[in-house]
Design a protein around this ligand. Structure first.
Ligand SMILES: Cc1ncc(COP(=O)(O)O)c(C=O)c1O
Length: 454
């Protein structure tokens, strides 16, 4: 046995007591969401039809810290604090002087970071007397997380699952049903938004969101729940980064670069924002790197504009990088990264130059994931595999520079329900779907007529 430490674990007593709210520290004036009908700034009352007031208040809070309710911390104990690993074997495999660490969120009951916010959202909705939650899911990670959280707080859960994932991942559906949820293939026949999009049978997150919002808006006992993008979702995920700060202290190191994948931005925000706050306050320096699919390159190819969060234009408009709300990304296996926009807070930081973004093709991503699995053991979800690809590039840059740079990776979930994709990759059958500039240009022509952003 060597004396190398592999795992940095914290006791339950070190589950954070507060979430980190980056909103008050962000540079520049915040750009408010706009009402989808009037295109005027949307206030808390505009959101009250589909969200409980406690979450709306978190969405707009000027406080730097928000206390985590005790019943939520109690549930977090089921899997938190999550482990931080030092990837010694991967470092040797890559022949890099870099020190690579990864924070593993796949130990949660649903297998990803998503329960961090699902539990908080189910709790606040139950407190507000709501009986049912409707939502969308891409890969099924978010739907299963919310199904799990609803089962703990006695809520019904109705999930619209993106068609391509519904077909690729039948066992994610069984998982949701095991926790008592109902799952529909989207686009479905059940909603106007679904029927209007029947010509896109593979579906998209934007279409599924429209379906779930429509159901919530039409029933008093039902609220809507979103697994990413919104400020309060990014907020709930900051338990990840706060634990990491304590764990990196145990390791006696500070990251030079923090790397995560971005679908709507929540795991990246959760990992990075507690560090971003320290950077914004001038207490430390480090780089932040966001990885996304080349087939859905929101941050690297999108435009920074006000756009709807969903396809049908039911949600408030947000200032973000977007490919156009009705752009339908090709059906890559990283279903959780097939979204036309990204969290406004994260987009603002990309625009300000604090966060870099890179896009990767599906085969490169799976090649990296397989190499990771063969050295570190964990089979990563296709989403965080994008971040692993970026880690490989940074490890190579460190090798060429001959520097022992510290790389921190967010490993947001496992890939146990994504083995059909691994099978296709191993058999040499995995496609690299092309991003269509022409489809994006066409979708951008249909952007709402909102005020331009300076
Ligand atoms: C494991 C995993 N990672 C990442 C994502 C992307 O979402 P976000 O950018 O909100 O973290 C998802 C979405 O479903 C996911 O399941």
């Amino acid at each position: 046995m060597t004396d190398e430490t592999v795992k940095y674990v914290l006791p339950e007593s070190q589950i954070p007591t507060d979430w980190v709210n980056l909103l008050p520290d962000l540079p520049g004036e915040p750009l408010p969401p706009l009402h989808p009908g009037t295109l005027q700034p949307a206030g808390p009352d505009d959101l009250a039809a589909i969200f409980p007031m406690a979450l709306i208040m978190q969405e707009v809070s000027p406080e730097a810290q928000i206390e985590i309710p005790e019943p939520v911390r109690e549930v977090y104990k089921l899997w938190r604090p999550t482990p931080l690993f030092r990837a010694h074997r991967l470092e040797r495999e890559l022949d890099t002087p870099a020190h690579i660490y990864y924070k593993y969120e796949g130990v949660s009951p649903a297998g990803s970071h998503k329960p961090n916010t699902a539990v908080a959202q189910a709790y606040e909705n139950a407190q507000a007397g709501i009986r049912r939650l409707s939502t969308e899911t891409g890969a099924g990670q978010w739907g299963s997380a919310l199904a799990f959280a609803c089962s703990l707080f006695g809520l019904e859960c109705e999930v619209f699952m993106v068609g391509s994932s519904y077909d690729q991942k039948p066992y994610r559906r069984s998982m949701m049903e095991t926790w008592g949820a109902t799952a529909h293939r989207s686009p479905s026949e059940l909603t106007e938004a679904g029927r209007a999009n029947a010509e896109h049978p593979t579906g998209s997150l934007g279409i599924a969101i429209s379906e779930a919002v429509e159901v919530a808006a039409s029933r008093d006992d039902t609220n809507y729940s979103l697994g990413s993008v919104l400020n309060h979702v990014c907020l709930h995920q900051t338990v990840i980064g706060q634990e990491v700060i304590a764990q990196m202290e145990l390791a006696g190191e500070t990251p030079d670069v923090v790397i995560g994948c971005v679908g709507g931005g929540s795991n990246f925000a959760g990992l990075a924002f507690p560090y971003v706050r320290e950077v914004l306050r001038g207490n430390t320096r480090m780089r932040f790197l966001a990885a996304e699919p080349a087939a859905c390159p929101t941050l690297t190819k999108g435009v920074y504009r006000y756009d709807f969060g969903d396809t049908a234009g039911l949600t408030p408009l947000m200032a973000m990088y977007t490919l156009g709300h009705d752009f339908v990304p090709p059906p890559v296996h990283a279903g959780g990264l097939r979204y036309h926009g990204d969290a406004p807070m994260l987009c603002g930081l990309v625009r300000a130059g604090l966060i870099e973004a890179r896009a990767y093709g599906q085969n490169d991503v799976f090649a990296s994931a397989v190499r990771f699995a063969r050295t570190e053991g964990i089979i990563p979800g296709p989403e965080p595999a994008h971040a692993i690809r970026a880690v490989f590039e940074e490890a190579e840059a460190a090798r060429q520079a001959g520097e022992a740079r510290v790389i921190l990776l967010g490993l947001s979930g496992h890939g146990h329900f994504d083995l059909a994709a691994y099978e296709a990759f191993l058999a040499g059958r995995l496609e690299d779907p092309e991003f269509s500039e022409a489809d994006m240009e066409a979708a951008l022509k249909r952007l709402p007529d909102a005020p331009a952003i300076a």
